[in-house]
Design a protein around this ligand. Sequence first.
Ligand code: DLL
Length: 431
Amino acid sequence: MIWNEARECMSRDELNNLQSARLRKVLNRVYHNVEPYRKRMQEAGLEPGDIGGIEDISKLPFTTKDDLRDNYPFGLFAVPMSEIVRIHASSGTTGKATVVGYTRKDIDVWSCVARCCAMAGLGRNDIIQVAYGYGLFTGGLGGHYGAEHLGATVVPMSTGNTQKLIDMMVDFGATGLMCTPSYLMHIAEVIEEQGLRDKIKLKATLNGAEPWTENMRKQIEERLGIEAHDIYGLSEIMGPGVATDCHFHKGLHIFEDHFYPEIVDPKTLEPLPDGETGELVITTLTKEGIPLIRYRTKDLTSITHEKCECGRTTARISRFTGRSDDMLIIRGVNVFPSQIETALLTVDGITPNYQIIVDRVNHQDTLAILVEVEERFFSDEIKELENLQKKIEHAVHQTIGLHAKIKLVEPKTIERSMGKAVRVVDKRKLV
Ligand code: DLL
C-alpha cells in the first residue's frame, strides 16, 4: 500500500525540482530568522541566492548536535515562540538533551509515519498499539500522530506494562504495534511463555529508535508470525518517520520530499557515492520550527537511488551499521555492537538478549559478552554448554577478529528494557 503515491513515486527530475525549490525557501528562512545560521553562512561567504538548487547543497556548512547544545534551548528556532505548539527533546543516548520545537505544520509532517504504516501494510481498519515512550521522546507521540493520521485506531500504550499491552493485544485484536525491537523481543517472549501466540491478531510492527539486525528481524517474525519493519528517525529531524523499509526489506525508503539525504565520509566530510558506507547527513526541506541544514546524524549507512520493486522512487538507506560515535575500540580494533549481534545470532540456541562488557585490566582491554541461551541447554549436559560457548566464541572471533570471553546465562538474566536496550557497558569510561 502506498500512502502518498504522488510524493513517493515521483520521477527524479520532478523530485529534484521540488527539493531545489524547498531548499531555497528553507535557506531564506534560516538566513533571515536564525542568527547562528546567518553567521555561519556569512563566514562561508554565502548568501541564500548563491544556492541555485539541490545540486549546490554541498557548498553549505554542516550542522551538528553541538550546535543545538550551544544554542540551548531555543537558539536555532526559526519562528517566534507563539508559532511553536510542541517541544520535544532527544532521549539522551549520548550527552546532554537537545531541544526541538514544532509548529502546527511540523506536527502534520508526522503524516510520514502514516506513510511508514502504509508501507507495513497497515491502514484505517487496523488497531495499532503504540508502545514507544510518550513524553519528551518523540517515539510515542510521533508514532501516535502518524497512526492517527492514517485513520487507524490508536491505542496509546507507552511503555511500562507489558502484561497490559499483551492482554489488550489479545482482547482488542490489535493488528499493528510500534515499539523498539528489543522490547518487541521481550513481548514475544512473554507471549510465548503464556501460550498466547494463537490468540493474537498482530500482522505488522514498526520497530526502530535503536540499531538492530536483519537476523533479529527474522527471528522476531518467526516467533510472532508477523512482518517486522525497520523505522528510522531522530528527534533533531522530527522523530520517527524519516524512513522505513517496505515489504521487500531492501533498505529504508527516505521521504525525500521532506528530508534530503547525503552520505559523507565522517572523517573528510566529502560526499560519498551510492553504495559506500558513511555518515548520513540530512537537510530538512519543510520544517518550520527548527529547520536543520546538512545535519550530521552520526549514523552510518549507505544509500541507493535505484527504484524499488515496490514502485517507490525515493532513495533507500541500508540498515544502520552503527554510529560514527558508538564505535568501540577494543585492543586497537574497531568494533560495532551490531557486528557482535550479527555474529551471536548465527549460532543456534541463543536468544538476541546479550550485553557487551568492555573493561580494562592491567592496562589491557577486555571484552566479555553475556549471552542468554535457551532454557533447554541448562538441563543438558555441561558439555553441551561448553560446545555452545566455543561456537559463540568462534563466531565472534570470525566477525570482529577479537577473542571475547563468553558468559552464558539463563534466560531473562539480563535486565529487560522497555526503551532502548543497554547493549554495551563500557567500564573503561567510568574510571
Ligand atoms: O529514536 C526517534 C525514533 C522513535 C525513531 C521511534 C524510530 C522509532 P532519538 O531518541 O533522537 O530519536 O534517537 C535517534 O536513534 O540517530 C539513531 O542512532 C538511532 N535510531 C533511530 N532509529 C533507528 C533505526 C528516535 N531504525 C537515534 N535503526 C538515531 C538504527 C536507529 N538506529
